[in-house]
Design a protein around this ligand. Structure first.
Ligand code: UDP
Ligand code: MG
Length: 321
């Protein structure tokens, strides 16, 4: 018998105790509709503080052999690290990435498999609306995508999610990007390949709460932007030029003024203003340079992206714990 192709669904979980059995059930149902594939799940427990890991183990014991794998982190390393760990540790032919909270409808996998069979290296889901999300959050997110696409040479499209099914080739390309501070959305767009988009309506979380606060999202956006764009550094040069030209013109004006009418005008306020203005620009630019420097520093340290405390992977060969 020819060996079935394998699809593994990577699910990052951070405090998702209620969702873990639910998503297992839905994927299990979907898998029945994909008889020509062997479908498995790889839960990545991102250092949850609740009973998530216990739930994962429970699900794994009840599931068919080799149907459920897991990695559990030593602490919370963040969703990006969880995604990386999942992709790195899966040996499947096709790897899907899905949120634990059922906001990424598992049935879409069926269509994604079709897309991959058509020859796409990646088939992703795109939200057509953001129902149930605070309007301010949607507005900022829209601003982020348009800025990111304009200022980085990477095309990040509106509404695209991390939910996708990828071929081995695509996953290997993503893993070849060795940076530690990973902005997966950007990385997915950066590797290229033909991606097929499937549209769906936003769904609300099945249980539990979102892990994102507004300030958390803002940090995520700034971080994502900085890991792909060097535009702020170039902007500093342009700004420098503009200020220099203004200063030159003003200098010429003062000189002419002196020659024509003689004497220097006293000008405490204008001098104070100029010093403070230029000073603040310099401090601001130092800050921007500092941000990039900090990133270089963190990358150079070369720390691992995550540390696992327990794992059960394909074929039970690497069983620890
Ligand atoms: N997540 C994670 N580590 C974190 C935060 C979130 O693995 O530090 C997971 C979370 O369990 C979920 C997914 O990332 O499966 C998306 O998180 P969430 O639903 O909170 O984000 P939202 O859908 O609100 O953007
Ligand atoms: Mg969610």
């Amino acid at each position: 018998m020819e060996k079935k192709k394998r699809i593994e669904v990577v699910i990052p979980c951070y405090n998702e105790e209620e969702c873990i059995p639910l998503i297992y059930q839905s994927i299990h149902e979907v898998a029945k509709k994909l008889p020509e594939y062997q479908v498995s799940i790889l839960y990545v427990d991102d250092g949850s503080g609740d009973a998530s890991f216990a739930k994962i183990k429970e699900v794994s014991e009840r599931a068919d052999e080799n149907e459920v794998h897991y990695i559990s982190f030593a602490r919370n390393f963040g969703k990006e690290a969880a995604i990386y760990a999942g992709l790195k540790n899966s040996t499947a032919d096709y790897i899907a990435l899905m949120d634990a909270d059922l906001q990424h409808p598992p049935e879409l996998l069926l269509e994604m498999v079709k897309g991959i069979e058509e020859g796409y290296e990646c088939c992703g889901a795109r939200r057509v609306n953001r129902n149930g999300e605070p309007p301010i959050r949607s507005a900022f997110s829209r601003l982020f995508y348009s800025m990111a696409t304009k200022m980085t040479s990477t095309k990040m499209e509106q509404g695209t999610t991390d939910y996708r099914l990828m071929s081995r080739k695509f996953v290997d390309a993503v893993l070849a990007i060795g940076e530690k501070n990973r902005f997966t959305k950007g990385i997915f767009a950066w590797v290229g390949f033909d991606t097929k988009w499937i549209e769906y309506e936003n769904v609300e979380r099945a249980a539990g709460n979102t892990k994102w606060s507004f300030s958390g999202l803002l940090r995520y956006a700034v971080n994502g932007f900085m890991s792909f764009a060097t535009a702020p550094l170039r902007g500093a040069i342009y700004l420098g030029f503009i200020v220099m030209i203004v200063a030159l013109v003003y200098g010429i004006y003062i000189a002419l003024n002196m020659l024509i009418s003689g004497g220097v005008k006293s000008g405490y306020s204008s001098i104070m203003f100029a010093i403070l203005f230029i000073g603040s620009i310099i401090i601001l630019l130092l800050g921007i340079i500092g941000e990039y420097l900090a990133r270089i520093y963190m990358e150079v340290k070369n720390r691992p992206i995550y540390i696992a405390k327990a794992e059960k992977l394909d074929e039970n060969t690497e069983m620890k714990d």
